[in-house]
Ligand binder design. Sequence first.
Ligand SMILES: Cc1cc2nc3c(=O)[nH]c(=O)nc-3n(C[C@H](O)[C@H](O)[C@H](O)COP(=O)(O)OP(=O)(O)OC[C@H]3O[C@@H](n4cnc5c(N)ncnc54)[C@H](O)[C@@H]3O)c2cc1C
Length: 363
Amino acid sequence: MIYKDVIIIGGGPAGLCAAKILADQDVSVLLVDRDHHLGGQLVKQTHKFFGSEKQYAKNRGFEIAKILINDINDKPNIEILLGATVAGIYKDHVITVVKEERYLKYKAKAFIIATGASEKALAFENNDLPGIYGAGAIQTLMNLYGIVPEDEVLMVGSGNIGLIVSYQLLQAGVKVKGIVEAASIIGGYKVHASKLKRLGVPFYMQHTIKRAIGKDHLEAVEIVKLTDDFKELENETSIIKTKALCIAVGLSPLSQLLGMMEVAMKYIKELGGRVPVLNNLNQTSNPNIFACGDVSGIEEASSAMMNGYIAGLGALKHLEHPHPNHDELIKMYHHELEILRHSSYGEKTLAGLKKLGGGPYAN
Ligand SMILES: Cc1cc2nc3c(=O)[nH]c(=O)nc-3n(C[C@H](O)[C@H](O)[C@H](O)COP(=O)(O)OP(=O)(O)OC[C@H]3O[C@@H](n4cnc5c(N)ncnc54)[C@H](O)[C@@H]3O)c2cc1C
């Protein structure tokens, strides 16, 4: 058994920012990620970020990852364990980590869960045909390995991920055959949607995928028009020829580890699924467990960073070793979150957080 003061599970923007707060403090930290590199989703994001300088706005996602990784690398109090999946977390404050077919056990006084999210799937006939991808897979192929999936792609989902990945496909010389969206309004930022419209990408609003067509590989899809209450209009279907389909229909918090610790959680649609109830230090109903980033509600990388800092500060306070600037920093990061959440995308998050409860008065 290896002992640490704090274990951070997940090295995306949320986990990295939590680690940044703990760096150089008198606490021992383990940062563990199942991937073979740190950065989480940021490493595949090639577009420039919005926000303020506190979120490294105007930098590209992978550049922000490099900055954050640089800030915590070589810190004597932080051990980084990569290619290591946390398979379980137990009531005696022990985690099991699977690394290279070996099981390792760690025990800590506080845990920061920053495991991010998984992509939602879409149910339709033949949805397992080769040529059907999730947006994360396409971003990884193109932006990490320089491989385009096909020379044409039809996108499903007009949220920011669908819009950004469509733009990245166009930049890579791939024809975007259109964007299929079940809702009547575009979910992502208008600025991204306008760019795509100017480049001639058609939007099929109030449509969904009925079936994928092809024998050994995708050749076309049948789309169907939807009513305002998302019922299929049987006679209003059309066929779009495409070699690839990209599904970008939202994310679900990867909150299974929180579930194992039986912390108070609620299903909140606006936050993507089952999320923990947190106080203003991002502490769950179990005082030893903190959560931040997409696992505590789907937002964006910028808010994941702010929430990571808050969880780091919360863990230090819990260990009775508060950061020298605790009050000032907590106030500042909550203020930054307020600003981010009062932008157009934040409406949904604010509605979700209201339903979830928690906040300063939770504990
Ligand atoms: C496909 C996709 C595209 C996106 N595009 C954008 C975008 O363009 N702009 C934007 O602002 N946001 C985007 N987002 C959202 C944004 O990336 C996230 O909001 C942000 O990365 C969340 O940060 P996080 O640290 O919570 O999670 P992540 O960045 O997902 O990091 C979580 C980390 O936890 C690790 N992990 C998970 N489970 C375990 C486990 N059991 N054991 C060990 N490690 C584990 C994962 O390997 C990962 O490295 C996108 C998300 C996705 C999925």
